[in-house]
Every structure is written in C-alpha cells, then in structure tokens.
Design a protein around this ligand. Structure first.
Ligand SMILES: NC(=O)c1ccc[n+]([C@@H]2O[C@H](COP(=O)([O-])OP(=O)(O)OC[C@H]3O[C@@H](n4cnc5c(N)ncnc54)[C@H](OP(=O)(O)O)[C@@H]3O)[C@@H](O)[C@H]2O)c1
Length: 239
C-alpha cells in the first residue's frame, strides 16, 4: 500500500476555498494530481491558477444529481475522493417557533445528500485501494446552544460514513470533524468575534485550514484505517 500520494489522482469537491483548497494544496505537495470541483466557474479558475500545473477543475452543483454524474463522467478514474462542499446560508438552527422545515431540509442538501450522491457517482471510478473522506463537524460531539440543526447534519454525515465504510469495503471511508477553522467565511465576522468563540479551548485559537488538511491526508494514506473520525478542534471537546 503506497504511503505517499505520488502519482495518485485526488478529487476534492469544495476544493476552491477554505478547507478543500488547503487539502488540494497538501495533496499536490505530496505528489498527487488534483481535480477541484465547485459551483462557481470563476472560483474554480482562480483556484486552478493558484494550485498550478497538476491541478484541473470542473463545475458541479452538489444539489443536482445530473450535474454530479456529468462531473464524474468527465473526471474518469480516480484514487481518492474528498468531500468538503458546504454553503453558509443563514439557517434557523433553533428548533423553536420559527423553525422552518423546508429551510432545515435545505441544510441537509449540500452537507448530507450531496455527499451521498457524490459517493454514488464516484464509487465506480475509485481505485480499489483508494478512499473516500467526508466532512462533518465537532458539533456532532459537543453540541452547543442554538445549533441543533447543524449538530444533526454533522452527526448524519458521520453515521453515513460508518455505514459506507462497511458497505463499500475494501474501499476505505472516513470523516474529518473540524472545530472552528479560520476559513474565508469567518472573516465576515466583526473583529474579535472568532477569538471569543475559541477562548477556553486547550488551544485557544482558531485552527488553520492547512492544519485540518493534515487529517484528510492521513486518511488517504493510511491503508488500514476505515470507518474513523478525526476531530481537529484544538481540544474544544475538553473545554
Ligand atoms: N470552517 C469551519 O470552521 C468549519 C467547522 C466545522 C465544519 N466545517 C465544514 O467544512 C466544510 C468546508 O468548510 P469551509 O469553511 O472550508 O467552507 P468554504 O470555504 O465555504 O468552502 C466550501 C466549498 O463548497 C463549495 N460549494 C458550495 N456550494 C456548492 C454546491 N452547491 N455545489 C458544489 N460546491 C459547492 C464552495 O465553492 P463554490 O462557492 O464555488 O460553490 C467551496 O469550494 C463545510 O461542510 C463546513 O460545514 C467547517
């Protein structure tokens, strides 16, 4: 079993920003080629330009199965699938009077159903010694007030991963559960707001995308690891 990604082909859905872009950079540094997929052509072009010669990209909407299917038909055979796609639309996370079912269901669209459909269409193309790495969140392990929906979505992704690890074996399936990671989306917050959220963690700072990327790399390279969760949270579970 190879312990580097030299010569392997890695597809990162959501690879045009944040954690996904950091994963794309890390796999290139380890000798792989990478295909990044996302919804927005301009972001794909910018990411591919930043990543360099061993990177290509393609448009897909993970909310649309025909778009996912067309993407993988174009990509062809691959070794590793990484799924980091997610949107940041404001959703009512509180299951109170203002709870809106349609809105809540949309929350599962990208992070859960999109992941499942990506697996469905990538699966026949993935090398038998390859892997799938999904993304959840530390909320699945440490719920916080006002975030019931996000907790459920992260937990659903995690249990999907466990079921797939059994169903798709010997293909390996794992999941990374990030804590608070300083990706572009958080830069919209007022200054100091992010720091307040991480005060009290054993490592009292936001994580860096490249620090989370290490966990995805581990799962791609670790040939005897399947059905596992890597929590990358600066110790948030213990605050
Ligand atoms: N950052 C954190 O603190 C944190 C914490 C816990 C969990 N997570 C999880 O980690 C994942 C990545 O987070 P991030 O902060 O890196 O987010 P991000 O920077 O917003 O990246 C999300 C990626 O998903 C793509 N995307 C969005 N909608 C899409 C669609 N309909 N079809 C295809 N691609 C789509 C985006 O590209 P386009 O805009 O071009 O479509 C982008 O490449 C998310 O699932 C998030 O829930 C993040």
């Amino acid at each position: 079993m190879p312990t580097t990604l030299q010569g392997r082909k890695v597809v990162v859905l959501g690879g045009t920003s944040g954690i996904g872009l950091a994963v794309a950079k890390a796999v290139l540094a380890d000798g792989a080629t990478v295909v990044v997929g996302s919804h927005n052509r301009a972001k794909i072009d910018a990411a591919v330009a930043e990543l360099g010669m061993s990177a290509t990209g393609g448009v897909l909407n993970v909310n649309d199965e025909s778009s996912i299917m067309a993407f993988f038909e174009q990509v062809g055979p691959l070794d590793h699938l990484v799924y980091t796609a997610g949107d940041w639309k404001r959703r009512n996370n509180n299951i109170g009077n203002n709870f809106d079912l349609t809105d809540a269901q949309a929350g599962f669209g990208i992070r859960f159903w999109g992941a499942l459909l990506a697996v469905k269409h990538a699966m026949p193309m993935i090398a038998p010694d390859g892997s799938i790495t999904l993304t959840g969140g530390v909320l699945a392990h440490r719920p916080q007030k006002g975030a019931a929906l996000s907790t459920a979505i992260a937990g659903a992704a995690e249990h999907l991963m466990r079921g797939l690890a059994v169903d798709l074996a010997p293909l390996r399936v794992n999941l990374v559960a990030p804590g608070l990671i300083a990706t572009e989306v958080w830069s919209r917050l007022p200054e100091g707001a992010m720091q307040t959220m991480v005060d009290g963690q054993p490592l009292p700072r936001p994580g860096l995308p490249e620090e989370v990327a290490e966990a995805y790399l581990y799962f791609m390279r670790a040939g005897y690891t399947t059905g596992q969760v890597a929590i990358v949270d600066g110790g948030r579970l213990f605050m």
